[in-house]
Ligand binder design. Structure first.
Ligand code: ACO
Length: 322
């Protein structure tokens, strides 16, 4: 049996930091409200000319360095993003060119909003196990700041920009044990950007922003993440206590704490970056993973549960031995 394992991680944050104090001067909000309701203290915002592909490239190079691979080793590039540079080509194709990958291997984007990274990881794992390559670059990258209405306090305080990446390699030992991916399109209007290319550019100017019914999203996120955590433990026939780390999507500290409680897990074993990054959508899980790998918390051989929930609704998980 062929498996895939994570051979390297990387991340990149734009330089510009936007604090809660600055947001107080932009919309009717307060540092206290944002911290208490979300746990967010600051977020990074891409520069005017900085694009999702720029962030993705920096994160990818960091992951490739850690994995000790070069462009000629990469058999597949998958980028999870909702904020691509352009309608087409995909960020993955832009990135393939920038990294100098010229072996005609496939490259494509996946759009599952905040669950995008677990979706991309699941697809990469399946393709690798099916024999379509030896080394895969999986990236979550977003410039969510570009689809925020900076006059809407319900949403603009929540999100940030960034990118995270992993290199997956074929392996005889299981690294990724399983992924569990779900969607339920009936809830699409609770969290959406309602306009886009096919609905017309005129409207797009007015409504191409994140719109969210926050408390309803919150309840669904807690409930669906709880279900997928159970599903993952059962599918792998393991106990909660077998997990070393929870590496959750970083949307809201209260959602993260609810999932940790469900797992009877101490917050000491949960990687939390939401205070510094905000919600970076598809980038949040690989960025959190990279932070905890590089600061030495996550060690080889440890068991990680990755989970995410986002617009669509989409949600999913991955059980990983690092
Ligand atoms: N500052 C001050 N007050 C605010 C702000 C703000 N930035 N935003 C909203 N409020 C107000 C609301 O207007 C409301 O006022 P009202 O009672 O006078 O109408 C009040 O605060 C309470 O609003 P609630 O929606 O009840 O607040 P809640 O405790 O649910 O927190 C939040 C809101 C933080 C958005 C929460 O619901 C949440 O995190 N939801 C999940 C969002 C999420 O996880 N999204 C991402 C998942 S998918 C993805 O990552 C793309």
């Amino acid at each position: 049996m062929k498996y895939s394992r994570i051979a390297g991680t990387g991340s990149y944050l734009p330089q510009r930091v936007l604090t809660n104090a600055e947001l107080e001067t932009m919309v009717d909000t307060s540092d206290q409200w944002i911290r208490e309701r979300t746990g967010i203290e600051r977020r990074h915002i891409a520069g005017e000319s900085e694009t999702t592909a720029d962030l993705a490239e920096a994160a990818a190079r960091n992951a490739m360095d850690m994995a000790g691979v070069t462009a000629k080793d990469i058999d597949l590039v998958i980028v999870a993003t909702t904020t691509a540079d352009c309608v087409f080509p995909s960020v993955a194709c832009l990135l393939q060119n920038r990294l100098g990958i010229t072996n005609s291997s496939p490259a494509f984007d996946v759009q599952a909003v905040c669950a995008g990274f677990v979706y991309a990881l699941g697809i990469a794992n399946s393709m690798l196990r099916a024999g379509s390559g030896q080394t895969v670059l999986v990236i979550g990258a977003e410039t969510f700041s570009r689809i925020l209405n900076w006059e809407d306090r319900n949403t603009c305080v929540l999100f940030g920009d960034g990118a995270g990446a992993v290199v997956l390699k074929a392996s005889d030992e299981p690294g990724i044990h399983s992924t569990h991916l779900h969607a339920d399109g009936r809830y699409s209007e609770l969290l959406h950007v309602p306009e886009g290319v096919s609905r017309g550019y005129a409207e797009m100017q007015q409504q191409a922003y994140v719109q969210m019914r926050g408390s309803e999203v919150f309840k669904m996120a807690v409930s669906k993440l709880s279900e997928v955590v159970d599903e993952t433990l059962q599918a792998n026939n393991i106990e909660k206590s077998d997990l070393d780390w929870l590496v959750p999507h970083q949307a809201n500290l209260r959602i993260i704490k609810a999932t940790a409680r469900k797992l009877s897990m101490s917050m000491d074993n949960v990687v939390v970056t939401v205070q510094d990054h905000g919600n970076t959508s598809a980038a949040s899980i690989p960025m959190a993973l990279d932070v905890a790998v590089r600061d030495g918390r996550i060690k080889p051989g440890e068991k990680l549960l990755l989970e995410g929930f986002g617009g669509g609704f989409t949600w999913g998980s991955a059980l990983v031995t690092f």
